[in-house]
Design a protein around this ligand. Sequence first.
Ligand code: F0G
Length: 466
Amino acid sequence: MTKHPVEPFRIKSIEPITQLPRHERERKLAESGCNLFNIRAADVFIDLLTDSGTSAMSERQWGGLLRGDESYAGCRNFFHLEEVVRDLTGYQHVVPTHQGRAAEHLVFSLMLEKGDYVVSNTHFDTTRANVLYRGAIPVDFPDPSCEDVSSEYPFKGNIDCARLESFLQEHPGRVKVCLLTLTNNSVGGQPLSVANARTAAAICRKHQVPLFFDAARFAENAWFVSQREDSQSGRPVKEIARTIFDCGDGCLMSAKKDGLANIGGFIAMRDEAFAAQIKEMLVIFEGFHTYGGLAGRDLEAVARGLEEVTDPGYLAYRVGQVEWLGNRLAEEGATIVRPVGGHAVFIDAGALYPHIPPGEFPGQSLAVGFYREGGIRTVEIGSLMFGEIDPETHLSIHPAHELVRLAIPRRVYTESHLDYVARTFAEIYRGREKARGFAIEYQSPFLRHFTARLRELPAVVSIHAG
Ligand code: F0G
């Protein structure tokens, strides 16, 4: 088994975490309706809910906060961010936003009308919601390799270019943008290759469809390319990232991931007229175009985070740590999505609990198990998050896989924290036959997983249903 990479930093400031006793955890679960979104962060021991906005900033970034220029217009931190983003992407026009979904909202408000299409390798949830909010239709063409969770195909984050081409041919003038998500979060944090970006770009050019990137995890994507794509091996990560950006017309960025910041985002693009329109909207919804809803100090943290994130030493550690956890979990019996993604390990709860049918949420059973056994917070990505009722047949439709995501905050947890996660999983694995399903007691019509309340079913129901 590969070793955990040595952290390329030492710890200067610490944040205490405490483990509640088991009976307290049981009480918190009952109070939360077995929904981990309803549990206070202080009651969580290891928090793997998301890698978004949860990074530990470097001393350079914390130092940058003191250099925050809080002038309403033209603060120096904006010009620093603009320079860093131009250098990274080659896109001349940079518009800050408070986070990724604000960038999505602005761009789609200008680009999309009712009935238009957006095509993607896979839209992230908020991206999909923002497309739908405009009355437009998000269409995903993930690479077929991602249907098989065990396949080791190195670029499962690719877009299926054959389907892209035929869709653009069949819907002339109706597709307003192609959005490639780097890495492809929804299929397991999997990368997209330079070759794939180039082919997609050629198809988009032929059909005169603009190509944008959702660049939330662009550096992890470029790192994978440097390790896996022969034509790119040996090139600096920053150059690889630039090669990918060169294929497109612009990007949307949530700086809460590869910006190594706790808040922030931006839109960057080539088209000056489009940028002017965005800035007009920005001042209504986010703020003047040199701050976009952020404090000057936050702009500085993002600028400095972007300067750090393409460091190969950091990325080798970052991606190596996530892979190490994936391998440790597999060693303890977990079936995981392969290859291990850049920001998270995804466990196949359907494979762990064959006796719990999708309608009883095996993923939620595992997520609850992690909290109950170890005070660890993860997130279900299966029938609770994505299950729907077919409006015509009134039958349940379930996603292809019942997964649980363990997203790893950047530079936050050490080897022993993650080893504890693997040991907790080993306990869960030993008791897997006794795990029980759940029933929903309350749900909202949209994004139900955030607010649902659930009830654990008696063991006998699950066994009969299975
Ligand atoms: N795009 C991708 C690929 C994302 O993963 C996210 C957020 C967003 C856009 C939206 O950015 O949160 O700054 O508004 N992903 C988080 C996650 C929430 O947990 O995966 P945001």
